[in-house]
Design a protein. Structure first.
Length: 371
C-alpha cells in the first residue's frame, strides 16, 4: 500500500511516497521515494516544466533482467525446499538471501557489508519486498552458514534441471575448465579451510586461494556443474571427481551419457584421467602440449589444408593418428595465422627487452675490461 508522507526539516515540509507491504505477516516499509516540496508536486501536476535542483538515478534494466531469470528458475524456492524453514525473526528465507546475493554478483559484485548501499542505488525494492533492516550483512552470513555442502550440491542439481528444462540447453558437448582465485581471507582465519596457499594463476602469491572447476555448455557458456576445492590442490587431481558428478548429472538431465563429449585443456592430461573417462563411457576432446609430441610438430605445413576461410580466418589443419594420452588417438593439428602473429609480436617484445637488459649489464663490464 502506498501513502504520501510529509517530513518537517529546517522549517520546510518535504514529501515522500512510502510503500508498505506485509513481510513475514507484519507491515514493513519496503520503499520510500522523495517527491519534493508541495510547490514541486503542484508544478508537476500542472504540467509545468520544472528543472530539479538534483536528480537521483536508480539502476533498473540489468537488475530487472537478472532478477526475472532468477525468478523464472525458482531459485529461492529451490533453496528453501532443500534447506527448510527458518526462524520467524530471520528477516527473510535462506533462498531469498542467496537469490539477492546472486543478483548482486551478476549485476555489480560487492561485499555483503556494502550490499545495502548498493541496493539503495537500484529500483529493485519495487518488486522485491524486503525491509531495509533485513539487508544487514550479518543476515547474509547467517543464511550462508545455514547451507551445508551436501545441500549446496543438491541445490545446484535442481537448479541445473530447471535451467535445462526452461532454456532447452544443448548438453551434447560440455566444456570443462579449472582455475583458482585469490581471496582476501586472513591467514589466521580457520573458518575457511578451503582457502589455501598454492600456485596462484593470478600471480597473487601473498593470498590464499580457492580452486574452482566449472563445466559449461558449448552454446552460451551456461554453467551446469561446479566443484570448489582447496587452492593447494593441483587441477588434475580434481578431474575425476568433477567428471563423475558430471556423468551422474548428465544422466538425469539428458537420460543417458552416451552422447556426452567433454572438452578440456592440457592441464588435465594424464593417462589415469583418460582411463577414467573411458571407464564411464564419455567421449572427450583434449589438447596436447606440443613439447610432448615432436613427431607431430615435424609434419610440414604443406600437408595442412584450409578449414574454411570465411569462418575460421585462414585457419589450416591436418588430421592424423598418434599414440597419446595412453592410447591411439585421433589428432587434429591446427595453425592460426592471427594467433601466430600475436605470438610473434609477443616474442619480439620479450626479446627486445632482454637485449636492452643485457646491454645495460654488459656496458660497464666492457669498459672495466678495456681499462
Amino acid at each position: 500500500m502506498s501513502s504520501l508522507i510529509g517530513k518537517r526539516i529546517g522549517g520546510q515540509t518535504y514529501y515522500y511516497l512510502r510503500e508498505v507491504a506485509r513481510v513475514g505477516g507484519k507491515p514493513k516499509i519496503v520503499s520510500q521515494r522523495y517527491l519534493g516540496k508541495a510547490e514541486d508536486i503542484a508544478s508537476a501536476m500542472n504540467g509545468a516544466t520544472v528543472l530539479p535542483e538534483r536528480t537521483r538515478h536508480l539502476a533498473f534494466g540489468d537488475v530487472a533482467a537478472a532478477w526475472s531469470v532468477i525468478e523464472a528458475l525458482g531459485v529461492a524456492g529451490i533453496i528453501d525446499e532443500v534447506t527448510g524453514s527458518r526462524r520467524a525473526d530471520a528477516g527473510a528465507s535462506v533462498g531469498t538471501y542467496l537469490a539477492l546475493a546472486t543478483l548482486n554478483r551478476v549485476v555489480s559484485p560487492c561485499s555483503k557489508l556494502a550490499f545495502a548501499d548498493w541496493w539503495a542505488t537500484t529500483a529493485a525494492d519495487r518488486w522485491v519486498k524486503i525491509p531495509a533492516a533485513a539487508l544487514d550483512h550479518r543476515r547474509f552470513w547467517d543464511a550462508m552458514d545455514a547451507v551445508s555442502p551436501e545441500q549446496l550440491l543438491e541445490i545446484e542439481r535442481r537448479t541445473g534441471q530447471a535451467m535445462a528444462g526452461s532454456f532447452g540447453l544443448d548438453l551434447s558437448a560440455l566444456v570443462l575448465d579449472m582455475t583458482n582465485f585469490a581471496t582476501f581471507i586472513d591467514t589466521g582465519n580457520e573458518k575457511a579451510p578451503i582457502a589455501q596457499r598454492g600456485k596462484a594463476k593470478q600471480k597473487r602469491h601473498d593470498l590464499r586461494l580457492v580452486g574452482l572447476a566449472l563445466v559449461v555448455t558449448r552454446d552460451g557458456g551456461v554453467p551446469v556443474v561446479s566443484r570448489a576445492y582447496p587452492g593447494n590442490k593441483p587441477d588434475v587431481t580434481q578431474f575425476t571427481a568433477v567428471v563423475d558428478e558430471l556423468a551422474a548429472r548428465y544422466a538425469v538431465l539428458a537420460g543417458d551419457g552416451d552422447g556426452l563429449t567433454v572438452v578440456f585443456d592440457a592441464g588435465n592430461d594424464s593417462a589415469a584421467n583418460q582411463d577414467h573417462l573411458a571407464g564411464i563411457g564419455l567421449h572427450f576432446v583434449a589438447s596436447l602440449p606440443p613439447s610432448w609430441h615432436p613427431d607431430l610438430l615435424a609434419i610440414p605445413a604443406t600437408q595442412y589444408q584450409p578449414a574454411g576461410q570465411d569462418r575460421f580466418g585462414g585457419l589450416t589443419y591436418h588430421e592424423t593418428t598418434a599414440q597419446a594420452l595412453g592410447g591411439q588417438r585421433r589428432v587434429i593439428l591446427t595453425h592460426s595465422p592471427t594467433f601466430h602473429d600475436r605470438q610473434a609480436r609477443g616474442f619480439d617484445q620479450t626479446l627486445a627487452k632482454a637485449e636492452r637488459l643485457l646491454g645495460a649489464f654488459s656496458g660497464p663490464a666492457r669498459q672495466e675490461a678495456a681499462a
